[in-house]
Design a protein around this ligand. Structure first.
Ligand SMILES: Nc1ncnc2c1ncn2[C@@H]1O[C@H](COP(=O)(O)OP(=O)(O)OP(=O)(O)O)[C@@H](O)[C@H]1O
Ligand SMILES: [Mg+2]
Length: 233
């Protein structure tokens, strides 16, 4: 049984088939890449998996149970966390408070976990700083660790590296690798092929809403359909 199975998923907006019959399966404890040109359906697919969009057809199962009819918070409660392509931090809250907003239960425990997570991405010294005063890259890291506050087993990252400087990027990549080493599963949307090559064990490629290739990153880079999708027009 797959950890996450996406089967024949379709989603259209008006006349545009944003996701057009996509299937793939993830095993637990690996890092997967989801790549494709702009507008190929990556974010829409994330929205379908996390319940923000209702599927036109197909199904999504997580640990053997169907989740595609569930509300987003229920899907999150089952252990799927995500980041957004466009940053969603609260600028008027501190870095630490941004992490606490997603938690329930005793505040001291949440605060301890929040500080640990800020340490994971080397932001512990900025815990009390307003998020609005952080750099773009630092805000993205705050958003990244906020996902981890609820301890998800599957983490969907939508271009976490975009706009993040090299030093912060290395911290981010190390943190993602550590999550995998802890047994978590990661699905990463990323345009930077170096990041994909360095991190992902398996890559899925979308073009015009369809999966055109799937395989280890080395093979994907040399795949003619992939090269054409990126450079052929
Ligand atoms: N809410 C929406 N309403 C109408 N069209 C949409 C909506 N969301 C996405 N689309 C369209 O669906 C297609 C896929 O978009 P999507 O954002 O999923 O692509 P993407 O692969 O994430 O692109 P990018 O790399 O630029 O982030 C595009 O043609 C986009 O314009
Ligand atoms: Mg996108």
């Amino acid at each position: 049984m797959a950890f996450l199975a996406v089967e024949g998923v379709r989603k259209s907006f008006g006349g545009v088939a944003a996701v057009n019959g996509v299937s793939f399966a993830l095993e637990a404890g690996r890092i997967y890449g989801l790549i494709g040109p702009n507008g190929s359906g990556k974010t829409t697919l994330f929205n379908c998996i996390t319940g923000l969009e209702r599927l036109d057809a197909g199904r999504v199962t997580f640990k053997g149970e169907r989740i595609d009819r569930l509300r987003p918070y229920r899907i999150a409660n089952r252990g799927i966390g995500r980041t957004f392509q466009v940053i969603r931090v609260f600028p008027e809250l501190t870095a630490l408070e941004n992490l606490l907003v997603v938690t329930r239960g005793p505040r001291v425990d949440a605060e301890r976990r929040g500080r640990e997570l800020l340490e994971l991405v080397k932001l512990e010294r900025l815990a009390g700083e307003y998020a609005g005063n952080l750099s773009y890259g630092q805000q993205k890291l705050v958003e990244f660790v906020r996902v981890l506050m609820t301890d998800p087993a599957l983490i969907l990252l939508d271009e976490p590296a975009a706009g993040v400087n090299r030093t912060l990027l290395n911290d981010l990549l190390a943190a993602v690798a550590r999550l995998r080493d802890q047994g978590r599963t990661i699905l990463l949307v990323e345009h930077d092929m170096k990041v994909v090559m360095g991190l992902c064990e398996m890559v899925f490629v979308l073009d015009h809403g369809e999966k055109i290739a799937e395989g280890p990153p080395g093979l994907i880079q040399a795949d003619e359909r992939v090269i054409e999708a990126y450079f052929g027009r």
